[in-house]
Write a new protein. Structure first.
Length: 316
């Protein structure tokens, strides 16, 4: 029997964007073109709502239904739940965003082979951001490929990245990662308390030894400690052995990037001194939720999620 790459992905759709469901279906269908993958999909439904993707369950797709009632950013938490449901035989694991597709066949085998050499890899080196009509609007370069090549992965000046007029490609830490399971065991799973969707960013920089550069200086002390503790485990057990796979992925369109607030959304968590110890709790499904300690933060994050307009068919 050929070696299997166990893909774990997740979807949480509290606002009810149609695009999230459509893209998840398209992404999983694309991944299943690879003969040696199995997909575990964790779907978080809210309140008494039904789960929308149960029909995807089958011989090669495991559907894991969980529930929540608050609007925490919970991607890495849901991925950790999915990882915990994998069989003991699952030794190599990919965590993929449910809105990406791979342009070249054989990527799963290439990822498995890369994991023979590195405990952690990014299974891509280029990513095409697509527009509402599938047009190519931007190209990204993976964090791992730049780190492997000895290129800068953290800024050291005001005009550093090309999009700011600097000379260097931005080291993109998102979309897709893959791990040897034993490495995940040693580092304590994925970093899951990144309340503003910065989990990938924290983990990539922590593996490289730059965790302090992954968050603003005025971040809450307990949050900083959570990130640096994860970094200490990563440095001890991964030892900066970070690899990548040659290949291009496509990031499918679901609303304007201008409305994502990748930098500005930090403001609300800093203003409210977001503290994962105080502000998060875990429900009986294992899903992280807001604890109720800071209702103003919950309202502001709710407003942010609604402002993303992910069903919009415009770049503006």
């Amino acid at each position: 029997m050929s070696e299997i790459l166990h893909i774990v992905t997740c979807i949480a759709n509290p606002i009810g964007w149609k695009s999230r469901l459509d893209l998840a279906r398209a992404a999983i269908a694309d991944w299943l073109h690879e003969p040696n993958v199995h997909v575990t999909l964790v779907e978080c439904a809210y309140g008494s709502r039904g789960h929308d993707l149960t029909d995807l369950a089958g011989p090669r797709v495991t559907h894991v239904p969980v529930r929540a009632t608050t609007l925490v950013w919970n991607k890495e938490n849901l991925l950790n739940i999915g990882i915990s449901r994998l069989p003991e035989s699952a030794k190599k694991i990919a965590t993929l965003d449910a809105d990406i597709q791979f342009r070249r066949a054989g990527w799963a085998t290439a990822t498995l082979r890369a994991l023979d050499l590195y405990p952690v890899v990014q299974p891509w080196d280029k990513a095409y951001d697509l527009g509402p009509n599938d047009e190519h609007i931007q190209t990204h370069v993976s964090f791992a490929s730049l780190f492997h090549a000895g290129k800068p992965v953290v800024p050291d000046g005001s005009k550093w990245w090309k999009f700011d007029g600097g000379p260097y490609d931005y080291a993109h830490s998102g979309y897709a990662w893959a791990y040897v399971r034993s490495a995940l065991d040693k580092i304590g799973g994925l970093f899951e308390v990144g309340g503003m969707g910065s989990g990938d960013h924290h983990m990539a920089l922590a593996i490289a030894g730059y965790a302090d550069k992954s968050m603003p200086a005025d971040t809450n002390g307990n949050y900083r400690s959570a990130v640096t503790r994860w970094e200490a485990r990563a440095l001890a057990h991964i030892n900066q052995k970070l690899g990548f796979v040659h290949g291009t992925i496509e990031h499918l369109f679901h609303g304007s990037k201008a409305k994502r607030g990748y930098l500005s959304r930090w403001g609300m968590f800093i203003d409210h001194a977001f503290d994962p110890h105080e502000d998060l709790k875990r429900n009986t499904y294992g899903v992280l939720e807001f604890s109720g300690a800071k209702p103003a933060l919950e309202r502001q994050f709710d407003q942010y999620l609604r402002s993303r307009s992910e069903d919009s068919n415009s770049l503006d």
